[in-house]
Design a protein around this ligand. Structure first.
Ligand code: ARG
Length: 452
């Protein structure tokens, strides 16, 4: 070096470790190196630094990458530590790397650069889960199961119809993540501290080198805004909420003997040898709590922050990382648990016929044969108090209508309507559970998945 003494502004004091984000910044170590490279290349192309200096900085960045985050000198954050490491290798000239930028645009760029990858990882897990759900649907188009409202048997449906109900929700989760991705994918670099720079930088060029689709144009917005973190965390949290419902269904179904989870996704009791517990799905269910916590933490951290940069933002970032990790892991586990579960067709069929769950179908049949639906509902409600046999319905009809049931509908039709499989087959309205309707739903699910 030239003998200039570097003033170490991060030299100590009781708040030293409190100030530092170096450990958490490991996540953006690679991103920062890429951002440094793009910035230095642009500075050289613009003649703001000499090619020789830029070359030395790039060489130093490669060496720093090989040594890894763990070998960085101490610093307030990864940006400062990498700059110090560059200067240690290149000498004072290495300090030109930070020309025409600030850590504020630098960190915002690093977060976006890394978050793109994390969102794509999350999207991958949603695609895997959708594939698992489609595979279940393909195999179980005619596997009758009880459908529930209020956790009470309501109307028979099929395992395929149930699986595709979650596929639709997860498909929207994918779409929300991809929309968030588009807004993450804009470059803040070149905004400097917030007020731009006197140097003739080329923001489009660094954006292009870093693979961004465009710029966050206003430099104050670019350096200060974190709504992209909030939007992403919210999309992840919505997905976690979808997952929690799916997990809860599977926990209940496992409890009732409807589904057998693979051993890989189950756990045993340390004391009760006969137990096989759906622990992975309970943990998937719980991740909705972590994700909601992430959204809450981020929202309250960002709320009321003034323009422009404030150090609070350092603690905002970690909420997003933690949420991304928890939700992506849960989504991946859910995909595996769904793909490997065994459905018990006999237990499902038995339960599908229980509790007069075909009652709605019988009422529909009477209504289709001339009774006002409300009157038909009353007949079946009276019958339901007694049982679910044809004889009960006939007796109820006599009591309510003072006319024999046969004057409306023949016995065979009523008995068919009482059969769960018949009941499912007859509900062939668009999007309904009838096998041919579910086949159509499966086709659109698969088409949408290939398009994503
Ligand atoms: N570690 C900081 C963060 O995550 C980097 C920016 C520091 N800038 C500043 N003006 N203190 O936000």
């Amino acid at each position: 070096g030239s003998g200039v003494v570097r003033r170490d502004r991060f030299s100590g004091g009781p708040a030293r470790s409190f100030l530092s984000s170096l450990a958490a910044d490991e996540r953006i170590f690679e991103a920062d190196l890429e951002v440094d490279r793009a910035h230095v290349v642009m500075l050289a192309e613009r003649g703001i630094v000499e090619d020789g200096v830029a070359g030395d900085v790039l060489t130093a960045l490669d060496a720093i990458e090989v040594d890894g985050h763990g070998s960085l000198p101490d610093g307030e954050d990864v940006h400062e530590a990498i700059e110090t490491a560059v200067i240690q290798r290149v000498g004072e000239e290495g300090g030109r790397m930070h020309t025409a930028r600030s850590r504020n645009d630098e960190v915002a760029t690093c977060i976006r650069y890394r978050l793109r990858e994390d969102v794509l990882d999350a999207v991958e897990t949603t695609l895997a889960l959708r594939e698992s759900l489609c595979a279940v649907a393909a195999e179980h188009g005619e596997t009758i199961m009880p459908g529930y409202t209020h956790l009470q048997p309501a109307q028979p449906t099929t395992v395929a119809h149930w699986a595709l109900s979650y596929e639709g929700a997860v498909r929207r989760d994918t779409a929300r993540l991809l929309e968030a991705y588009d807004r993450i994918n804009e470059s803040p670099l070149g905004a400097a501290a917030f007020a731009g720079t006197t140097f003739d930088v080329d923001r489009e060029r660094t954006a292009e080198l870093l693979g961004f689709d465009g710029l966050v144009e206003n430099s104050m917005d670019a350096a200060s805004s974190r709504d992209f973190l909030l939007e992403t965390t919210q999309a992840l949290s919505t997905h976690a909420t979808t997952l929690s419902g799916l997990a809860e269904d599977l926990v209940v179904f496992a409890n009732r003997g409807f589904v057998d989870l693979a051993d890989d996704y189950s756990s045993t009791s340390s004391i009760m040898p006969q137990k096989k517990n759906p622990d992975t799905l309970e943990l998937v269910r719980a991740v909705a709590g972590n994700a909601a916590g992430g959204v809450q933490g981020l929202t309250t951290t960002l709320k009321g922050l003034p323009r422009a940069y404030n150090r609070d933002l350092q603690r905002a970032t970690t909420h997003a990382w933690e949420t991304a990790d928890a939700v992506t892991e849960a989504s991946e586990v859910a995909a595996g648990a769904v793909a490997t579960a065994d459905w018990n067709g006999d237990a499902l069929a038995d339960e599908a016929g229980a509790g007069f769950s075909t009652a709605t179908g019988v009422a529909d049949l009477l209504a289709a044969n001339g009774l006002p639906f409300r009157t038909a509902h009353e007949v079946v409600a009276v019958a339901a108090e007694r049982g679910d046999e044809y004889a009960d319905i006939a007796a109820a009809a006599e009591a309510v209508l003072e006319e024999p049931l046969e004057s409306y509908v023949d016995r065979e039709a009523v008995e068919d309507a009482l059969e769960p499989a018949e009941s499912v087959a007859s509900r062939n309205s668009r999007g309904g559970p009838a096998p041919e309707e579910v086949a159509t739903q499966l086709e659109s699910a698969r088409a949408a998945r290939s398009a994503d």
